[in-house]
Design a protein around this ligand. Structure first.
Ligand SMILES: C[S@@+](CC[C@H](N)C(=O)[O-])C[C@H]1O[C@@H](n2cnc3c(N)ncnc32)[C@H](O)[C@@H]1O
Length: 296
């Protein structure tokens, strides 16, 4: 069935421009506009403000990008239906935001989203799944993605909102793009020897371990929000033993922050990446002495 026919069929499901349509998850997404009420919640979930650059992939008549521009953001829409692209440009001019927006006649799978701070989607589960690697590769940590109606497979949303009732009910999903922190770090915790921090990352969730080869403790409750990292680990030696809550930020390839212990004391910590220690000859000879002190 052609895109146009599916589009025409879906258009009969909704009764006008302000209705919220229910897209079939697998089909090529037809043109069904997001209602203004739902659209405002999407922009709110992404905390859109001036300074943001909002990309709507599959931008329809341009309404999301135009609304974002009315909030002071810049906006870019990508849409493969030329008539809708032209309508979007006219709508932007009528709204007085023509200078702040751009509408590209093109395919969402070829869109360059590197300058986006926010990406909005109303496409379909399969489209989201296929777009996900591109979004994770191109968007900077801390960028937000909001999807009307569809999730991102096993990348769990950071927030979900249900809006409207009855036929106009919509579920909205939002994610914050996490920094890539997976792998091995050489960590110095104030007052302690240099040791190993290993992060096993799955999107915004991290687990892993802290410690040298034979003396590791698991890390728990690990989360990444943009450039910020949080996790818990038990420190058995030194000042204020017990569960410490580590909070840090990634900046220029270096993680640094504070670990708060059970007695409320705070220890500064910092870490730099190193390659898998098991690949190092020094590690094979003396795993308990790896990484060497003073490495970060
Ligand atoms: C459900 S509408 C959403 C429109 C708008 N984002 C909104 O929320 O009001 C999906 C839009 O994506 C467009 N579209 C579908 N596949 C596309 C593709 N591969 N590249 C660009 N646009 C596409 C359709 O023409 C349609 O306008």
């Amino acid at each position: 069935m052609s895109r146009r026919i599916v589009g025409a069929m879906m258009a009969t499901v909704v009764s006008g421009m302000e209705c919220v349509g229910q897209l079939p998850p697998e089909a090529d997404p037809p043109y069904i506009p997001t209602s203004l009420a739902v659209l405002d919640v999407m922009l709110e979930m992404a905390s859109v403000a001036s300074g943001d650059t909002v990309y709507d992939l599959g931008s329809g008549d341009g309404r999301i990008v135009i609304r974002a521009a009315e909030r002071g953001a810049r906006g870019v829409g990508t849409e493969y239906d030329l008539e809708l692209v032209e309508r979007s440009r006219a709508n932007a001019d009528s709204a007085g935001v023509g200078e702040s927006v751009e509408f590209v006649h093109g395919d969402v799978f070829e869109a360059d989203v590197r300058s986006a701070t926010v990406v909005t989607l109303y496409l379909g589960a399969e489209f989201n799944r296929r777009l996900r690697p591109r979004l994770l590769e191109q968007l900077r940590p801390g960028s937000r993605i909001v999807s009307h109606g569809f999730h991102m497979g096993d990348w769990e949303p950071d927030s979900v909102r249900n809006v409207g009732t009855g036929a106009a009910r919509a579920t909205l999903y939002a994610w914050v793009v996490p920094a890539d922190v997976g792998g091995f770090w050489s960590i110095v915790i104030e007052g302690r020897e240099t040791t190993v921090l290993e992060f096993d990352q799955s999107f915004q969730k991290i687990d892993g371990s802290l410690g040298r080869a034979s003396r590791t403790v698991p890390i728990a409750a690990g989360e990444i929000t943009g450039d910020s990292v949080e996790f818990e680990a038990v420190l058995a030696e030194g000042r204020g033993r017990g569960v410490f809550r580590f909070e840090g930020r990634l900046d220029g390839g270096r993680l640094a922050g504070v670990a708060r212990g059970p007695d409320g004391g705070a220890l500064a910590w910092h870490a730099v990446r190193f390659t898998d220690p098991s690949r190092s000859p020094e590690w094979r000879d003396a795993p308990d002495r790896f990484p060497p002190d003073g490495m970060p």
